[in-house]
Design a protein around this ligand. Structure first.
Ligand SMILES: *Cc1c(COP(=O)(O)O)cnc(C)c1O
Length: 361
């Protein structure tokens, strides 16, 4: 069959999809000897219990059957660990899947999704796919959010039906205290999703707010703190009546049997998480201090990456020079805000290699 020219494909899809730029994830070079400090993966191997759980699941007849649509085993184990009931949990194929479910559930035609900027760019893409407005609300220069974030309507008059705040935020690594999140949630006219993809690296989290406010939904990821980005697993925590609504929107079998078994084993290995977290936080301290010694303005991070700018030097050539030497970091440029460099906390060896190249630039 002859290939259709791409102009034809673009004319066949929805006009807003044709116009959509599409989300571009950070570079994932396959093969080669890269030091990857660009997409906030964990540099260490996951808990050994994960491989055992996957092998056991793969060995029997489990994979011949559809997986449990609600991942009950995981929900029960996670509920124990978090001190909540299982019906407060919804599992997803990574937390990106949960964000998709949330946007589809709450934001209809003519409505608006509100998110802060600079933050996780995927939020805007999800609104685009849903065909709804995404209002990007500027962080203050000190990475706080003004009360106007909670205004009921967008500048163009759309009703704000969902707000999402990454906390800790990416790329800044900064954290709004739970008391501030609480305050914004009380003021907002709609549910507030607190995206805690980096929550395990932070000093505080917002799970307690879910208990007191039906409109607060927290999402968590296994990609960063559990070293399972390749697995695809995440979960949302909300009050049971809210979870029930979200369940209607998710794909029937959105989590596969291997990832359910693996994530259950991972969340059960609390010693692994505590040890990994301590290592990442110690290396984060070293990286932040070293960047400052080299003249960079490095923000104090609550996540597994550090955001920095340099008062004199342009940032893009620094990213490019590092790439030439096999070291990938993230160069980010946000319109109306400025650019900077985001460096994932790798192993101590990886950070040493990064710093020694950086010193020569
Ligand atoms: C990495 C990241 C996610 C995505 O997590 P997955 O579980 O891998 O889908 C969500 N939100 C933020 C802010 C992230 O940085």
């Amino acid at each position: 069959m002859p290939d259709l020219p791409s102009a034809t494909a673009a004319s066949l899809v929805r006009a807003d999809i044709a116009a959509l730029a599409g989300y571009v994830p950070g570079e994932q070079p396959q093969g080669g000897k890269w030091i990857k400090l660009n997409t906030n993966e964990n540099p260490y191997a996951p808990s050994p219990a994960v491989a055992r759980a996957i092998a056991a699941t793969a060995a029997g007849r489990t994979l011949a059957k559809y997986p449990d649509p609600l991942a009950s085993v995981f929900r029960m184990r996670a509920a124990e660990v978090l001190g909540i009931d299982p019906d407060w949990i919804l599992c997803g194929n990574g937390s990106d899947d949960l964000l998709t479910i949330l946007v589809r559930t709450f934001v209809g035609a003519g409505d608006c999704l509100r998110v802060p900027t600079p933050s996780y760019i995927l939020y805007r893409t999800l609104a685009g796919i849903q065909g709804v407005e995404c209002e990007e609300f500027r962080y203050e220069r000190d990475w706080t959010l003004s009360d106007r974030f909670a205004a009921p309507q967008s500048a163009t008059g759309g009703d704000v039906k969902l707000a999402i705040i990454a906390n800790p935020n990416s790329p800044s690594g900064t954290l709004l205290p739970p008391s501030r999140i609480d305050d914004l949630a009380e003021r907002l006219p709609c549910p507030l999703v607190v995206d805690e993809a980096y929550g395990d690296f932070a000093d505080a989290h917002c799970l307690d707010l879910v208990r007191k406010n039906e409109r607060v939904i927290v999402t968590r990821s296994f990609s960063k703190s559990y070293a399972l980005a390749g697995l695809r697993f995440g979960f949302a925590v909300a009050q049971p009546a809210m979870i029930e609504q979200l369940q209607k929107v998710k794909d029937s079998y959105n989590c596969d049997a291997l990832s359910i078994a693996a994530a259950t084993a991972a969340i059960d290995d609390r010693a692994w998480l505590a040890e990994n977290r301590a290592k990442i936080i110690a290396t984060r301290r070293r990286l932040t201090d070293a960047l400052r010694d080299l003249g960079y303005d490095a923000l104090e991070s609550q996540a597994n990456f550090v955001w920095c700018t340099h008062p004199q030097r342009p940032h893009k050539p620094i990213y490019e020079a590092l790439k030439q030497q096999g070291i990938l970091i993230r160069f980010m440029n946000y319109s109306g805000w400025g650019d900077g460099l985001r460096i994932t906390v790798g192993t101590d060896d990886e950070i040493d290699a990064f710093l020694s190249v950086l010193r020569t630039i």
